[in-house]
Every structure is written in structure tokens, then in C-alpha cells.
Design a protein around this ligand. Structure first.
Ligand SMILES: [Zn+2]
Length: 456
């Protein structure tokens, strides 16, 4: 088995993955700030880390995945004020919707999904530590992190403090000593949610919550810290600064960032405006198609979203499902040597691709090549190929579900009714059954030896 290599944003290199504790992986992935419904960009981050987690598990690791919900923030407060809802209640409502949307994409839930407002104590004690160690200061009820005190500031995003000051849109404030300093704690303003603290009522800044919550569950050093590429600066840069300033230890051994999903706003209204949100997308496409679309791209590269890409992914998914369906119809025990070899070679190549900085695109290419080969297999060979697809599905999770048991029986029953109606030349009823099944994603194909069905 090849060793796993991951591209680390901090060093800019692919490095062999060596966990802090043998056989274990502690992963923290920044989750959404919940003030709206989840979109295809959220889904990419969630799907990539979901598959990475499954891959580690497949390789025999114990994985603990922590993925937070930011439930107090300017954006949340602004929107809640706009619609006249309590900000925290609204954030929790959207958090529930976010999790439902991700469930629909077969994203397994993280082991712990911490919320910022439930960790105020940990946040306050981390801030106290930073003040104690001289990295943070109070100013009029706010607490700021003093960026120039942390000598390595800029190491993750590869920026220099001078350049940041010159180029960036830094928020100038009377309260800050340096324009790059960022708020750890914000003094309460009227009509904002607030919590008591040693510096008076207020609420945490965004960056500090991830440092506090990741360390609360995973300790001072995480194996992998992940998120979208848009978080590298300032969010993750600030997280490293706070965490390492407080503990004096390496905060994350590997930093992984998922490329942004791009779409032109103008085009959006015309071509993808209607599937931009996950809840809309899954009405038009099978959710697994979105997984296939992202598997088929390299996770670090930006992705240009379009309906054409979605159609393409649906095509690939249908191909995979139709081969799987064919293989399911075969039974037998004998497996030829050729097929055994081909399966183990394909497995090896797929794992090699995944070990090489989680190259799912290359893995999918091998998988699809195997589909072309497997579709004509019969009996025991077909059964072995099907078992191999199911094995790989521990990582990809794209094969059709729920076809066993009661649902399958009911579909078969409907098809039998349709067959009898056709015999009596009641074509309107037969067509009605076919059309209605198609509406719920079940496609029928009439062939000489009977009717086949599969999901689309
Ligand atoms: Zn975060």
C-alpha cells in the first residue's frame, strides 16, 4: 500500500501524511455561517472532506471529524434584523436546513458539530490566555489580537505584513493599534446577542471560535485542518496565530483547502440560478450526480459550475448505475483469474490516485474504465465486479440506495401491473405507470426478455 501524500497549504508541498497518533486522524473542517440555505460551494467542501474521511477509514484509520457551525456573526445579525427574527434562533434554523441538505448529498455528519454560542466559556478562556501571554489587548470593551507580536504571521497565506498593510482592504479603527489586528471579542452593541465576559458583555469574533472549538475536541495539535480556499486569509491565518500564540505548539500538521466553485453572477440567473441552492438542485438532478461532478474534478482546483457540467455528471452516474444494475442481475460463484487480476489492478490504481494528494479525478477515470470492462461480465465474474463497486462505494457513496426490500418489491409489482395492462391493450394505464415512475426517478426499459428498471 502506498503512503498517503497530501498537499499542505502551509509548506506549499505534497507531504507524506504522518498522524500525531498512529492510526488516528483528527480533522477539523470549517463549516458554514448559517444565515441562508446551503449552495453548491458549501457542498463541494462538505463532499470533499466527507470522501477524504471515508478514504482514511477505508485505509484503516480511526477518524474524528469536527465541523463547526458559526451561529453568531455580523451577517447573521444583519439578516435576522432584516427579517425580524431572533439571530441565534435564525442561525439554528438555517443550521438544521444545512444539515438536511448535506444529508441529501450523502455527506456523513461529522462526529461533533459544535456551535460557537455553545462554547463561549472555552472562547473566553482562550482569549484570557492570549492577553496573559501579551498577544492580545483590550480596547474599549473589544479585545484585539496584536498581529505584530506573532512573528510568523502570514506564514499560511505566504504574505508579508508590509504587503498586507499596503494592499489589503484593512479595516481601520481607532480602537486598534495596528490596522491588521483583528477582533477576538466584540463589545455588545444595542440589540445584539451578547454574553458576559471579564471585559463586559459582548460576543466572540469569528476566527477565535474555530481555534477554541478545535482545541476543545482535538487538543492543541490537529492532524488536518480544512476548509474552502477562501478561508486561507484571513480566517486560517488568524487561527494559526491565535492558537500557536496561546499554546506554543504546532496548530495543524496539514492544511487542506478546497478550490472555490465559480459562477458568473450574470450567467447565474439564466443558467444556474435555479440550481444554485442544494435544495433546488436535488429536485432537478440526482444528488449523487453532484458527488460525481466533484469527484471528477481535482479538489484543489477552482471549479466552474454550469448546468452542462451537471448534465455531464448525470450522464456518468447513469452509466455507473446501469452497469451496476446489469451486474446485479447475475449470480454465480466462479471467478476467472483474469477478472480477479483486473479487479485488484483497478483497486491498486484507484488507491494510488487517492494516496497522491487525494486525486479523485484520476480515481474516477480508473473506475469508469473498469465500468467499460465490467458491463459484459457474467455470473460469478459479474458478482465479483459488483462487490468491487460496492467496496469502492465506501469512499465514493454514489451507487443507488434503498433498492432492496420493500421498495424493490413495490416497483416490481407496479411493473407487473403495467405488463398485464399492456396485454389487455390498456396502453393509457401502462403509460401512466411509466410516466409516474419516471417522475420519481425510476426509468423503465422494455426489452425482449422483459422490463428492466433503474434509477436516474
Ligand atoms: Zn473556521
Amino acid at each position: 500500500m502506498p503512503s498517503i501524500k497530501l498537499h499542505d497549504t502551509l509548506t506549499g508541498e505534497k507531504r507524506e501524511f504522518v498522524p500525531l497518533h498512529e492510526g488516528r486522524v483528527g480533522m477539523y473542517v470549517c463549516g458554514p455561517t448559517t444565515y441562508d440555505y446551503a449552495h453548491i460551494g458549501h457542498a463541494r467542501v462538505a463532499i470533499v472532506f466527507d470522501m477524504l474521511r471515508r478514504f482514511f477509514e477505508y485505509m484503516g484509520y480511526d477518524v474524528v471529524l469536527i465541523s463547526n457551525i458559526t451561529d453568531v456573526d455580523d451577517k447573521i445579525i444583519n439578516k435576522a434584523n432584516e427579517i425580524g427574527e431572533d439571530p441565534i434562533k435564525m442561525a439554528h434554523r438555517y443550521a438544521r436546513e444545512y444539515l438536511k441538505d448535506m444529508d441529501s448529498l450523502r455527506v456523513r455528519r461529522a462526529n461533533i458539530i459544535p456551535k460557537a454560542t455553545r462554547h463561549i466559556e472555552e472562547i473566553i478562556s482562550l482569549i484570557e490566555k492570549l492577553i496573559e501571554r501579551g498577544y492580545a489587548y483590550e480596547s474599549d470593551g473589544d479585545i484585539y489580537f496584536a498581529v505584530e507580536k506573532f512573528k510568523e504571521y502570514g506564514k499560511l497565506s505566504h504574505r508579508k505584513i508590509e504587503d498586507m498593510l499596503a494592499g489589503a482592504r484593512v479595516e481601520i479603527s481607532e480602537k486598534k493599534r495596528n490596522p491588521l489586528d483583528f477582533a477576538l471579542w466584540k463589545a455588545a452593541k444595542p440589540n445584539e446577542p451578547s454574553w458576559p465576559s471579564p471585559w463586559g458583555p459582548g460576543r466572540p469574533g469569528w476566527h477565535i471560535e474555530c481555534s477554541a472549538m478545535s482545541m476543545a475536541y482535538l487538543g492543541p495539535t490537529l492532524d488536518i485542518h480544512g476548509g474552502g480556499a477562501d478561508l486561507i486569509f484571513p480566517h486560517h491565518e488568524n487561527e494559526i496565530a491565535q492558537s500557536e500564540a496561546a499554546t506554543g505548539k504546532t496548530f495543524a500538521r496539514y492544511w487542506m483547502h478546497v478550490g472555490l466553485v465559480r459562477f458568473e453572477e450574470e450567467k447565474m440567473s439564466k443558467s444556474i440560478g435555479n440550481v444554485f441552492l442544494i435544495r433546488d438542485l436535488v429536485k432537478k438532478y440526482p444528488p449523487e450526480a453532484l458527488r460525481v461532478m466533484y469527484i471528477n474534478s481535482h479538489y484543489r482546483k477552482p471549479f466552474d459550475f454550469s448546468e452542462k457540467n451537471m448534465e455531464g455528471a448525470r450522464g456518468i452516474l447513469e452509466k455507473i448505475w446501469s452497469v451496476y444494475q446489469l451486474l446485479r442481475e447475475e449470480e454465480g460463484d466462479k471467478i476467472s483469474e483474469d477478472v480477479k487480476k483486473r479487479i485488484s489492478r483497478t483497486r491498486e490504481r484507484i488507491l494510488q490516485a487517492l494516496c497522491d494528494d487525494f486525486n479523485t479525478r484520476e480515481a474516477m477515470r480508473e473506475y469508469l474504465e473498469f465500468m467499460n470492462y465490467a458491463r459484459d461480465l457474467k455470473k460469478g465474474d459479474a458478482k465479483a465486479a459488483r462487490a468491487f463497486m460496492e467496496e469502492m462505494d465506501e469512499i465514493f457513496d454514489i451507487l443507488p440506495r434503498n433498492e432492496g426490500g420493500r421498495e424493490r418489491e413495490l416497483i416490481e409489482l407496479l411493473l407487473e401491473v403495467r405488463r398485464r395492462e399492456r396485454e389487455r391493450k390498456n396502453y393509457d394505464i401502462a403509460d401512466f405507470i411509466r410516466n409516474e415512475l419516471s417522475k420519481i426517478g425510476i426509468k423503465i426499459e422494455d426489452a425482449k426478455n422483459g422490463t428492466r428498471w433503474y434509477r436516474v
